[in-house]
Design a binder for this molecule. Structure first.
Ligand code: B4P
Length: 191
């Protein structure tokens, strides 16, 4: 199995690149952000609870997202592999994911981390706010909080995969196609 963690700060291009990678490598896309937004659109209890955190740019509690991912992995038993987008976002989530995959004998192959400068992240998300309707994109102070939460709570996850020799930094500035080629080169070397 090819199991990829696509990593990077908000606005780094994870969702954009995940769509291209999964098409090329026939993987299942698991985006915790997308799953939470779809729960919210259906007005489920989980979605309404998550909204309280998402609207402020805070992380949804680990127990909620870990349970969500576990059920999605279980419901895709025959998959060639997964692309994890926006998960894990804390070291506790990374440990839980390793345990889940260990049980299935299909560990994480690699973490691909998109590296993008802060001002470019803010520019992209403010641009997206014009059409996304996402409450967490609308306001510069909420975007800044998401980046702060990323630096404090999510960036340490890099060390978790570095210690396993699975971390790969990818230049995330430039055209979408150029970045996609860099990602494919890194994947093809590991496959
Ligand atoms: P996410 O949905 O993961 O949102 P994100 O971090 O903003 O990344 P996204 O994928 O949307 O951005 P992308 O870089 O693709 O999470 C939203 C919220 O859900 C979190 O804040 C949190 O509250 C909660 N959550 C999700 N997962 C969680 C977890 N595991 N634990 C706890 N809470 C969790 O794209 C950004 C924009 O840039 C796009 O408009 C795109 O078109 C543009 N773009 C991309 N590449 C570009 C390029 N090369 N040049 C110019 N523009 C580009």
């Amino acid at each position: 199995m090819l199991n990829i963690v696509l990593f990077g700060p908000p606005g780094a291009g994870k969702g954009t690149q995940a769509a291209k990678i999964l098409e090329k490598y026939q993987l299942i896309h698991l985006s915790t952000g997308d799953i939470l937004r779809s729960e919210l659109a259906s007005q489920t209890t989980l979605g309404l609870e998550a909204k309280k955190y998402m609207d402020k740019g805070e992380l949804v509690p680990d127990s909620v997202v870990i349970g969500m991912i576990e059920s999605k992995i279980d419901s895709n038993a025959g998959a060639k592999g997964f692309i994890f987008d926006g998960f894990p976002r804390t070291t506790a989530q990374a440990k839980a994911l390793d345990e889940m995959l260990e049980e299935k004998g299909a560990p994480i192959t690699m973490m691909l981390a998109l590296e993008v400068e802060k001002e470019e992240l803010i520019k992209r998300l403010l641009l997206r706010s014009k059409e996304s309707g996402r409450a967490d994109d609308q306001d510069r102070s909420i975007i800044e909080n998401r980046i702060k939460v990323y630096n404090n709570e999510t960036a340490p996850v890099q060390g978790f995969y570095e210690a396993q020799g699975k971390y790969e930094g990818i230049q995330g500035m430039g055209s979408i196609d150029d970045i996609f080629h860099r990602l494919c080169n890194a994947i093809d070397l590991k496959k």
